[in-house]
Design a protein around this ligand. Structure first.
Ligand SMILES: *Cc1c(COP(=O)(O)O)cnc(C)c1O
Length: 231
């Protein structure tokens, strides 16, 4: 655990182990199989060396929210066989490039973005991001638009619709927000039964997300420690 790779990051292995334990506990309380939950470690703003230290500790799924940073890290660490999850706002003009290194894009929030990704060179996983706040423009499609956007993804040859994604609002109990998300997930599953994934749960609300059925957790600071300021 304190091999060369993790030396520069004191406590990283312990924090990862604590989060894995926390996930196992939450699964027990929810009577869920932990194998049904994928941990994505969000490494944004941290150096590629931290990502390789995580890989050394057995992490395979990593999340990033800015294209240029993600692309640079994915290139540098191409030998590591990691799955890169893009979780941030994605500009339409950067979409095709992101699809080259990303295995999954969790932030599909508009039809133009789907169109930009529709004819890529390989098939990648797509999550429809849903806005759980009352404020339009907070990231994510508004709930009435879920079906149209999901249908668009289903028609895109190089996208595989996996399910829904959301960030819990700051001003609401996460339990309530994730309950709504579970309902939106059912609406997507009514269109495509295999699109049953729910990407939800971050450092402060992953236990609530597991209780509400989350299948993909996006956890950053609980594992990586405090984020450096973005460059
Ligand atoms: C940064 C980020 C996370 C991880 O946040 P933490 O609170 O550090 O766990 C998860 N999802 C998205 C979309 C993010 O941008």
């Amino acid at each position: 655990m304190s091999g060369d790779e993790t030396q520069g990051f004191p406590g990283l292995g312990e924090r990862l182990a604590a989060v894995r334990e926390g996930i196992a506990d939450a699964c027990r309380r929810a009577s869920r199989d932990p194998d049904g939950v994928t941990l994505i470690v969000v490494t944004k703003f941290h150096p590629a060396s931290l990502v390789s230290a995580l890989a050394e500790l057995g992490v395979r799924d990593v999340g990033e929210n800015r294209h240029q940073e993600a692309q640079a890290k994915a290139e540098e660490l191409a030998a590591l066989d990691l799955r890169w999850h893009f979780v941030g706002q994605l500009q339409t003009k950067k979409a095709r490039q992101a699809a080259r290194y990303a295995s999954a894009i969790h932030s599909i929030d508009r039809e133009r973005l789907v169109d930009a990704l529709a004819d890529g060179e390989r098939v990648i996983d797509a999550f429809v991001q849903i806005n759980l706040t009352d404020e339009p423009g907070r990231g994510g499609v508004e709930p009435p638009g879920i079906e149209a956007l999901a249908e668009r993804v289903l028609e895109a040859p190089s996208l595989r619709l996996r399910g829904v994604m959301a960030v819990a609002p700051l001003d609401e109990a996460p339990e309530r927000a994730f309950e709504r998300l579970a309902g939106y997930s059912e609406r997507v599953r009514a269109l495509e039964p295999e699109a049953s994934a729910i990407s939800a749960g971050m450092t402060h609300d992953y236990a609530e997300a597991i209780a509400a059925g989350a299948t993909h957790l996006r956890i950053g600071s609980a594992i990586t420690g405090k984020r450096p300021d973005p460059r």
